[in-house]
Ligand binder design. Structure first.
Ligand code: PMP
Length: 436
C-alpha cells in the first residue's frame, strides 16, 4: 500500500484486494477469503453483481451529479417509490445521504426541527449504553461506547444514555428474562422524567445491537414497552437500522420483528451493499409535514445523489430474491456456530438473528468474566481467521463497565449452506490457534 494512503490500520501491511464474487474475495496474490462479515456488515448482495454495476454505469453516463436543491432525478423518484412500501414508517419520506453517520446526523437534526416546528424547544437525544451510531460528533455523542467517546469528550456530552438489552449480561438479572423489558422501559421513563420531558427530542437505538454489543436481540416485550414510554412523553423514536436494515435479520427491517413503527429510521450499509456510499434517513409524513415548511435547514453536497439512487434501486431488485432466504441461512449459521464452538472453554455466548450473529469470548464461562482488554483476544482471533482465509468483524462490547471480545458474523446474504459451515469451522480453528 502506498505510503501516501492514510491507512485505517496504521503500521500493518494490508493485502490489496483485487476481485470479489459472491461471498468470496481475492487478493493480489490470488488468495481467496470467505467474507464472513461483508466488511463491516455492509455487503448484502454479494461481490461482483454486474447488474448493479451496470445500473451505476448507466446512471453515471446519463447524468452523474446534480445538486439536490436544483434538480430531482428519475432515478431517485423510482427508488423512493419502490422502497417506500417496504419501510416500517408511516407515509415515509426518504432523505438519501452518503452513509450511516450522515444519516444519524440528519435524524437527530430532524428530531430537533420537528419539535421546533411544533413550538417546542426540545434538544436532548437519549441513546443507550454501549451503542454505536457513528463517528461524526453528533452521532458519536448519541453513541454510548465510552472508549470511542473518551478522546472527544470536550465536544460531546449533550446526549444521555440509558440501559441496553443484553441477555448475556442483563443489567436487571434479578428479573431476567420475564421482567427486564419492563425495567428497561422504567429506566428510560426515569431518565426522561429527570431531564424533563419538555427537553427530550428523541430516543435512538438499534432494534438489534450490532457493531457495538454484537447481535443482542431484545426480548419480545422490549420495543412495545419502550415505544409506549416515548409516546407518552412526546419523544420521537429513531430506529438505527444502519446494520440491521435491508434484510440482514430476516425481515426487510428489524423493527418488523417487534411491530415497531419508528418516527425516524436510518439505514445505510446493505442499502447499496458497498457498491455506492449510500445512507438513508426516513421520517414519517407527520415529521416531514412539520419540518418541511420552514425549520429544517440541512443538506450535504452528495445528498439525493442520482447514482446512489440507481445503485440503491438495483440492489433492492437483487435483495427481493435474497431476503426470503435469510431466516433459513441464518439458522444454518447459528447451528453451525453452536456445533463448532459451544464446547470451547472460552466461548461464553453465541447469539444473533438472521445473518447477524456474534460469538462472545470470556476468560471464565462460569463467572462470564471477560479477558483483560490488553490481551486483545478478539483481534488475535480475527487475525488468525484471516490467515485461514476467513474475514470476521470485531464488535466491541462496552456496557456494565466491561469491554468484551466479540466476533461478528454478517456475511453477504448470498452465502451458501456449505460456506456457512466452512466459516464456522475456520472460526473454530482460529479460536483454537489463539486460545488452545
Ligand atoms: N449506526 C450503526 C448501527 C452502525 O453500525 C454504523 C457503522 N458501523 C453507523 C451508524 C455509522 O455508519 P457509517 O460508518 O457509514 O458512518
Amino acid at each position: 500500500m502506498s505510503k501516501h494512503v492514510f491507512s485505517r490500520s496504521p503500521g500493518h501491511r494490508l493485502p490489496l484486494v483485487v476481485r470479489g464474487t459472491g461471498a468470496e474475495l481475492f487478493d493480489e496474490d490470488g488468495r481467496c477469503y470467505l467474507d464472513g462479515s461483508g466488511g463491516a456488515v455492509v455487503n448484502s448482495i454479494g461481490h461482483g453483481v454486474t447488474e448493479v454495476v451496470d445500473a451505476i454505469a448507466a446512471q453515471a453516463a446519463a447524468v452523474a451529479y446534480v445538486h439536490g436543491t436544483a434538480f430531482g432525478s428519475e432515478a431517485l423518484d423510482a427508488y423512493a417509490d419502490e422502497l417506500a412500501p417496504l419501510l416500517p414508517v408511516d407515509d415515509p419520506r426518504i432523505y438519501p445521504v452518503s452513509g450511516g453517520s450522515e444519516a444519524v446526523e440528519t435524524a437527530i437534526k430532524l428530531a430537533r426541527a420537528y419539535h421546533l416546528g411544533r413550538g417546542q424547544n426540545r434538544s436532548v437525544i437519549i441513546g443507550r449504553q454501549g451503542s454505536y451510531h457513528g463517528n461524526t460528533r453528533g452521532a458519536l455523542d448519541v453513541s454510548g461506547r465510552a472508549g470511542l467517546r473518551a478522546p472527544y469528550l470536550p465536544w460531546l456530552g449533550h446526549a444521555f444514555h440509558t440501559t441496553t438489552p443484553y441477555e448475556y449480561r442483563c443489567p436487571f438479572p434479578d428479573v431476567h428474562p420475564g421482567g427486564c423489558a419492563v425495567r428497561h422501559a422504567e429506566h428510560l421513563d426515569r431518565v426522561i422524567t429527570q431531564i424533563g420531558p419538555d427537553q427530550v427530542a428523541a430516543f435512538i437505538a438499534e432494534p438489534v445491537s450490532g457493531a457495538a454489543l454484537g447481535a443482542c436481540v431484545p426480548p419480545a416485550e422490549y420495543w412495545p414497552a419502550i415505544a409506549e414510554v416515548c409516546r407518552a412523553h412526546g419523544v420521537l423514536v429513531i430506529a438505527d437500522e444502519v446494520m440491521t436494515g435491508f434484510g440482514r435479520t430476516g425481515r426487510w427491517f428489524a423493527c418488523e420483528h417487534w411491530g415497531l413503527r419508528p418516527d425516524i429510521l436510518v439505514a445505510a450499509k446493505g442499502a447499496a451493499s458497498g457498491y455506492w456510499p449510500l445512507g438513508l434517513t426516513v421520517c414519517s409524513g407527520e415529521v416531514y409535514d412539520t419540518v418541511a415548511a420552514s425549520v429544517f435547514t440541512h443538506g450535504f453536497t452528495y445528498s439525493h445523489h442520482p447514482v446512489g439512487a440507481a445503485a440503491g434501486r438495483a440492489v433492492l431488485g437483487v435483495l427481493r430474491d435474497l431476503v426470503p432466504t435469510v431466516a433459513d441461512r441464518g439458522r444454518d449459521l447459528g447451528l453451525a456456530l453452536h456445533r463448532e464452538l459451544s464446547a470451547h472453554w472460552a466461548v461464553g455466548d453465541i447469539r444473533g438473528i438472521g445473518l447477524l450473529r456474534a460469538v462472545e469470548l470470556v476468560r471464565d464461562r462460569d463467572t462470564r468474566q471477560p479477558f483483560p482488554r490488553r490481551d486483545r483476544i478478539a483481534e488475535q482471533i480475527i487475525a488468525a481467521a484471516k490467515a485461514k482465509g476467513l474475514l470476521l468483524y470485531h464488535a466491541t462490547g462496552n456496557t456494565n463497565g466491561h469491554d468484551g471480545d466479540l466476533l461478528l458474523f454478517g456475511p453477504p446474504l448470498v452465502v451458501t449452506p456449505e460456506q456457512v459451515r466452512d466459516m464456522s469451522h475456520r472460526c473454530a480453528t482460529a479460536i483454537h490457534d489463539v486460545l488452545g
